[in-house]
Design a binder for this molecule. Structure first.
Ligand SMILES: Cc1cc2nc3c(=O)[nH]c(=O)nc-3n(C[C@H](O)[C@H](O)[C@H](O)COP(=O)(O)O)c2cc1C
Length: 341
C-alpha cells in the first residue's frame, strides 16, 4: 500500500474506530468559585506558549495532507476554519511530500488559505535536518512538530522497526532549526522519563499526545489480518501525562492533546499544567459529517467554554488556569499518588 493510500485509510479508521469507555479528563474536577468578578464579553483568551503568541489556547492538531486531492480539500477547509477563528493549526506528516513532490500542494494549501496564521509543520523522527527544513519552508511554518509513534509503527506491517538513531535525529533537527521544535506523541502519552530525556537534549516544547481519543493501536489493528489487540489500550491517559510533565518540568512549554472532547477538557489540561491544547479527531469528524461552517461553530463554542471556565474560576488570563485548585479521582488519583512524589 502506498503512503498516500495509507493516509486515506487512516482518516477512515480514525473516524470509525471505537473510543475508550472512560475518558480520564472525567477524573478531574475543577473547584467552582461562586464570586465571579469579570465581564464575560471582555474576557481575552490570548496566550503565549514559549515564543508562540496564540489568540487561543486551542489549535487544530496534526492530521493530514499527503493523500492527494481529498487530503488537500480537508486541509483547505481546516485552514479556512482556523483563519476564521484565529487559531493555530498543524498539518499531518509531510514526509510524503518530501518523498513525492506531487503531494506538496496538499500541505501548501494551508498557508495559501491562511497567510498570517500560526502553522506547525510536521515530520517523523526519521527525518534528516534538511528534510525538516524543507517541511518548515513548505508552509513557512512558525514551529515544527516531530511526531513519535513507536507503537503505531510496530503494529503497522510496513512500519519502522529500528529506532536506534531517533534521539540523535531529534537532537540534530532541533539544533538545525531556529523556530520552536515540538516533540509530539500521537496518542500514547509521554512519561516523566521521556520528558526528562528530551529536556536533557534541550527540547522545550512537548505535546504529550496522550491516550483517550484517536487510538492508533486500534486504527492500525483494523488494518491487520492478525491484530495486536492486547496493545489496544496501551499508553498514558492525557491528563496523567500532562501532570507527569508539568509536575516535574514546570519550566517547559507543555501542550495537552489526545481525547480532548470539548472546551472543558481543554481547560482541565490547562489547569493540570498545560499551556495550550490540541484537538484532532473530533474536529475532523465535525468537518466530514457536517462541513466547514460547523467546524467554525464548534471552535467558537469551545472559545465560549474557555471564557465560561475563566468566570467560574475567577481567572483573568489563560496562563492563570494552572494555578487553580482541582480534585482528582480514579486512576488519575492513584497514578499521581504513586508517581508524582
Ligand atoms: C486522521 C488522522 C491522521 C493523523 N496523522 C498524524 C500525522 O501525520 N502526524 C502526527 O503527528 N499526528 C497525526 N495524528 C494524530 C493527532 O495529531 C493527535 O495526536 C491524535 O489524533 C490524538 O488527538 P485526538 O484525540 O484529538 O484525535 C493524526 C490523527 C488523525 C485523526
Amino acid at each position: 500500500m502506498s503512503r498516500s493510500e495509507r493516509k486515506i485509510d487512516h482518516i477512515r479508521h480514525a473516524l470509525g474506530h471505537e473510543r475508550e469507555h472512560h475518558n480520564h479528563f472525567d477524573d478531574v474536577t475543577i473547584v467552582h468559585q461562586s464570586l465571579a468578578r469579570q465581564d464575560f464579553d471582555k474576557l481575552n483568551i490570548n496566550t503565549k506558549v514559549g515564543e508562540l503568541s496564540l489568540s487561543s489556547p486551542l489549535f487544530v492538531n496534526a492530521m493530514t495532507g499527503g493523500g492527494g486531492e481529498k487530503t488537500k480539500q480537508i486541509n483547505r477547509d481546516l485552514a479556512l476554519a482556523a483563519r476564521e477563528t484565529g487559531i493555530g493549526m498543524a498539518v499531518g506528516s509531510q514526509m510524503s511530500a518530501i518523498k513525492n513532490p506531487e503531494e506538496r500542494m496538499t500541505y501548501e494549501v494551508v498557508r495559501e488559505m491562511n497567510p498570517d496564521g500560526i502553522l506547525f509543520a510536521n515530520v517523523g523522527s526519521e527525518a534528516t535536518p534538511d528534510q525538516a527544513k524543507e517541511a518548515v519552508k513548505m508552509l513557512d511554518a512558525d514551529a515544527l512538530q516531530i511526531h513519535i509513534n513507536t507503537l503505531q509503527e510496530l503494529i503497522m506491517p510496513e512500519g519502522d522497526r529500528d529506532f536506534t538513531s531517533r534521539l540523535k535525529r531529534i537532537d540534530d533537527i532541533h539544533k538545525a532549526l531556529d523556530i520552536p521544535v515540538i516533540i509530539k506523541e500521537v496518542g500514547y502519552g509521554m512519561s516523566r522519563e521521556t520528558v526528562q530525556t528530551l529536556n536533557e537534549i534541550g527540547i522545550q516544547y512537548i505535546d504529550v499526545g496522550g491516550l483517550g481519543g484517536t487510538n492508533f493501536s486500534k486504527v492500525e489493528n483494523l488494518r491487520r489480518d492478525k491484530p495486536f489487540a492486547s496493545f489496544n489500550n496501551w499508553g498514558i491517559p492525557t491528563p496523567i501525562s500532562v501532570l507527569e510533565a508539568s509536575h516535574h518540568f514546570p519550566e517547559l512549554h507543555i501542550i495537552g492533546s489526545g481525547g480532548v472532547r470539548h472546551g472543558l477538557d481543554g481547560v482541565k489540561a490547562l489547569v493540570l499544567g498545560a499551556d495550550a491544547f490540541g484537538m484532532a479527531g473530533n474536529l475532523l469528524r465535525v468537518l466530514i459529517n457536517a462541513g466547514r461552517e460547523e467546524v467554525i461553530a464548534e471552535i467558537e463554542h469551545i472559545h465560549k467554554e474557555i471564557r465560561m471556565a475563566m468566570m467560574l474560576m475567577n481567572v483573568e488570563e489563560v496562563n492563570e488556569f494552572k494555578a487553580q485548585p482541582y480534585v482528582l479521582h480514579g486512576l488519575t488519583k492513584d497514578w499521581t499518588e504513586q508517581r508524582l512524589r
